[in-house]
Every structure is written in C-alpha cells, then in structure tokens.
Design a binder for this molecule. Structure first.
Ligand code: ADP
Ligand code: MG
Length: 243
C-alpha cells in the first residue's frame, strides 16, 4: 500500500537518506528506531514531500510520485493520502482544539466549515477531549496538545499516519496518554509509521521494527526478532544503549 523505492536525500552534498526501499502493508504498524542524526525524520518528511527527495519514488495508495519530476498536483495528492504528527505538536496557537482539527479538512480537503466542525466533534469524542473543544493550545497540557495533533491526523482519514517522535517533547507524566491513543489506533489497524525511542511501545504494538543508521535500513524484523536476536553489530550496539 505504501512503497518507498531507492529514496535519496542529500543536504550539502551528504546523503542523509542513502537509497531507502521500504514496503508497508495496509494496517501494518511500523516502528523506526536508530541513533539521532541518522535520517529518521528526513525519511518521514520525504515520504510526504515535506522535504523534497533528490531521488527515488514514493507511492501511497494509488498515488505514485517520482522525486525527480514531481508535480505540485502529485505532491498534494500524496499529502492527502498521508498525515503527519509532529514532535512539537505544531498546533495553531490562535485556533481552538476543535478548529485545529477542522482546519485541514477545510483548507486541504475543501470541506464546508459546518461539516468539518461536525467531524472534528466526532474526533474529539473519540480521543476523549470533547470538553476541551473550545480551549486554545496554551490552555492544554502537552499530552492534550499532542492528542489534538493526533486527532488532526485522524480527521484526515489518510491511508497512513507518520509519527515523528510524538512523545519525546512531553513531560514524562503525559507520555502514557499519548501512547494509549496510538495503541487505540493500532488496534483499529490504522496504518502507521512511528519514529520513537519508546521501546516498550515498539514491543507491544509494532508488526515490524526497522533499525536505521547512516541513512540506511540496517536491519528489520518482528519486535521479538529484532530485540531478542539482532543480527547486525550496529543494531546490537544501539539496543545495548537504549534497553
Ligand atoms: P534523525 O531524525 O534520525 O535524528 P534527521 O533526519 O533529523 O535525523 O537528520 C539526519 C541528518 O540530516 C543530520 O545530520 C541532520 O543534521 C541533517 N539535516 C536534517 N535536516 C537538515 C536540513 N534541513 N538542512 C541540513 N541538514 C539537515
Ligand atoms: Mg528526528
């Protein structure tokens, strides 16, 4: 359902993504781990062209885009097929929780305001935040802000949700409520690619764990395979540090 083929991204001549190839099935939960500076965020950002890749191709659902000759229309179609959850939430400070969830539906999908607000109310109900509909981000805890960030991604009904370290900016007390919401999505078989350092989440939820280093996929497998019997020395060295 998602295919990334030979994806390359360079910054200042350095290949930060050095030819990544990856296929993800519908309903699959992928967790990406690896040292910092290894290209994990760049991979997610290139998958929906928040960052323009220098080579390779990305396919999500029926939209297939060649990095070297991607049109504006193709990139927009790709973005409609994917949703992004940012480390720092990236909510609009001057919009309420409800408006933050509705905004993309209005601007990206062209929905009338009333319909978008109706959907946003349904999402707030699902994420247990109905009573905060009219609250502005500054009045919400970090955990609540990130749940709105995830609610916004859910509202888009995209084929895949891309999570870039969704809990690493949170105070420890808010981490669990965000992971719980992500687990709920996993149970519903929402396809997702999650970059995280939460190894217990990876063990509990991932169908497949991918270890990246130096802009490449070094090793991948089921959580039990990868955590209990890593094959590559680099994977072993990394796991020794984080487990
Ligand atoms: P990770 O998410 O695994 O920590 P990143 O994808 O953020 O790694 O970054 C990979 C490498 O690319 C790092 O060396 C980083 O400094 C570099 N990089 C990321 N974004 C940019 C950018 N916009 N301009 C220049 N270099 C960048
Ligand atoms: Mg990162």
């Amino acid at each position: 359902m998602i295919a990334v083929r030979k994806l390359v991204k360079k910054f200042d001549g350095n290949a930060v993504l050095d030819g990544i190839t990856l296929e993800v099935e519908q309903g699959e939960i992928i967790v990406v781990i690896g040292p910092s500076g290894t290209g994990k965020s760049t991979l997610l950002r290139c998958i929906n062209f928040l960052e323009q890749p220098d080579g390779g191709e990305v396919q999500i659902g029926d939209v297939r885009v060649d990095a070297t000759r991607a049109s504006r229309a193709e990139i927009l179609a790709l973005r409609r097929n994917s949703a992004f959850v940012f480390q720092n939430y990236a909510l609009f400070a001057n919009k309420t929780a409800l408006e933050n969830i509705a905004e993309g539906l209005i601007v990206v999908n062209g929905w009338p305001k009333a319909k978008a607000h109706q959907r946003a109310r349904e999402i707030l109900e699902r994420i247990g935040m109905s009573e905060k509909a009219d609250a502005y981000p500054a009045a919400l805890s970090g955990g609540q802000q990130q749940r709105i960030g995830i609610g916004r991604a859910m509202a888009a009904q995209a084929e895949v949700i891309l999570f870039d370290e969704p809990t690493s900016a949170l105070d420890p007390e808010w981490v669990d409520e965000v992971l719980e919401l992500m687990k709920q999505l996993a149970v519903e078989r929402q396809t997702m690619i999650v970059v995280t350092h939460e190894m217990q989440f990876a063990r509990d939820v991932a169908d497949r764990v991918i270890f990246m280093e130096g802009g490449r996929i070094v090793e991948q497998g089921s959580p039990s395979q990868l955590f209990s019997a890593p094959k590559d020395d680099r994977t072993r060295a990394f796991l020794r540090k984080v487990l």
